[in-house]
Structures are given as structure tokens and as C-alpha cells.
Design a protein. Structure first.
Length: 255
């Protein structure tokens, strides 16, 4: 009788233990997604990664083109150049030093067309009139800014920033149209530059650690473009302030 009683007690204990284990497992199973879905305080996240689509809109200005005969004195022409806009993807990463202070670095590359701006009789004689595309160039402008975030714990988080930019002008290619106009190959070279940058924007939480982002930057960029035209026995040189507005929107993740 005593043995049967002990067996019954052990069976009841095991059943209660199993029931408790199942209950705890179910509770953990249903609680885990809720915990993952719950928004953490944005101010506690040290890192933010954003992917944006950006429009690069040059606020450009150039000197008039100089015609530089090989071995002769330069001659100023009556036209300059203009730089077309571009739309490209961009990636950036921000490290938050404090809830209010962050450092952002951006990476992106864009291709821009460079065209004649204005009319000049010398260029016009070659068919290079206003709007004539003379070359295109790939522009790599890594930029780092120091940001101030106004409301780091809010769903809507505006910020401003200032920083520095280095712009490399890569892979300059004269157009076939230009080389046909001058009757031979054209070698294009563009100088790189250092400049300042300023920005404003905001992050807006959309669920979990994901957020939407809108950002505007103004970047100080300048270059000197030199075109060597052996068929004409001369070169062309022009200084360009590109100074683009960079307007972007995208999605980010914080952790």
C-alpha cells in the first residue's frame, strides 16, 4: 500500500513538473517575439546603418574655358561648362558617441555629364554649342560629419551636422562626339579636392529597430578640368565649383 502511495505521489509530481515545463516553454515561445518586436529606446543604440537613394544636384559655376595652344599664350573663350545632376544609391553608417552626438560616414559614387555652358565662335566652329556634352566623369565623394541629434529617445529624431569631404574624380572619358568634332583623341584629367560639408535631416521609427530617413547635404566640391587635344595642337582648361545639394531618402536599422 505504501509503495503504491509513493508511486502515485511520484507520478503526480512528474505530471505537475511536466505541466509546468510545458507552460514555461509556451510562455517563453509567445513572449520572445513580443520582446523582439518591442521598440528599444533609440538613445541606447550605438550604431545606425542607412541605405538611401540620393539626388545629386550641382549648384555649379565655372570660369570661362581657356584655350591653351601648345607653346603659346592661353586665350579666354566665351563659354564655360555645367555639370548635370545624377540619382544613385548611397550607404552610410553612424556611430553615436553619446545619445546626442554622432559621427556619420557616407559612401557612394556617381557618374556626371559635363557639357558646354554658353556659346563661343571657336567652339561653335567645331559644333560644340551650348549643351554639347564634352565628357563624363565618375565622382567619389567620401564625407564625414559630426552630428547633433536633438531628441534621441523620440520616434521623430531630427539632426544637423558639419564635416569634411574629399572628392576624387575618376575615369574621365571624352565623348565620341567631341573626338569626332576635333578629329582625334582627347585626354581628360580632373583634379581632386578637399572641402566642407553641412547637413540636416531626421530619422523616424517605423517598427522595431527600423526607421525611415530623410537627409539633405551641401558639399563644397571644386575641380580643374584639363583636356588635351593633340589634333588641334592645344588644350582646354576650366575651373568648376560643383557644390552639389545632395537630397536623399531611405531606410535604416539601429543596433
Amino acid at each position: 500500500m505504501m509503495i503504491q502511495t509513493l508511486r502515485k505521489l511520484r507520478h503526480d509530481a512528474l505530471r505537475r513538473g511536466t505541466t509546468l515545463t510545458v507552460a514555461l516553454t509556451l510562455a517563453a515561445t509567445f513572449a520572445a517575439p513580443a520582446a523582439l518586436a518591442e521598440d528599444s529606446d533609440p538613445a541606447s543604440s550605438k550604431w545606425r546603418i542607412r541605405g538611401r537613394v540620393i539626388g545629386i544636384i550641382p549648384d555649379d559655376d565655372s570660369t570661362n574655358i581657356n584655350l591653351e595652344p601648345f607653346g603659346g599664350a592661353p586665350v579666354g573663350l566665351g563659354a564655360g561648362v555645367k555639370v548635370d545632376s545624377a540619382v544613385v544609391p548611397e550607404l552610410d553608417i553612424t556611430y553615436m558617441i553619446t545619445p546626442h552626438i554622432g559621427i556619420e560616414a557616407i559612401a557612394g559614387i556617381a557618374n556626371h555629364d559635363v557639357k558646354i555652358d554658353g556659346n563661343d565662335p571657336v567652339l561653335g566652329g567645331l559644333g560644340a554649342v551650348d549643351g554639347f556634352k564634352i565628357f563624363d566623369v565618375w565622382v567619389l565623394p567620401p564625407t564625414v560629419t559630426l552630428q547633433y541629434h536633438f531628441m534621441p529617445s523620440n520616434k521623430f529624431r531630427p539632426y544637423v551636422g558639419v564635416g569634411a569631404n574629399y572628392t576624387a574624380f575618376l575615369w574621365n572619358d571624352a565623348t565620341d562626339k567631341l573626338e569626332t568634332a576635333v578629329g582625334g583623341p582627347v585626354d581628360v584629367d580632373t583634379s581632386s579636392s578637399w572641402g566642407w560639408a553641412a547637413q540636416f535631416g531626421f530619422d523616424y521609427d517605423i517598427g522595431g529597430n527600423w526607421f525611415a530617413n530623410f537627409d539633405v547635404k551641401y558639399i563644397d566640391i571644386e575641380t580643374t578640368a584639363s583636356l588635351q587635344v593633340p589634333s588641334l595642337g592645344a588644350g582646354l582648361r576650366v575651373n568648376v565649383d560643383v557644390n552639389p545639394w545632395v537630397v536623399g531618402a531611405g531606410i535604416g536599422y539601429r543596433f
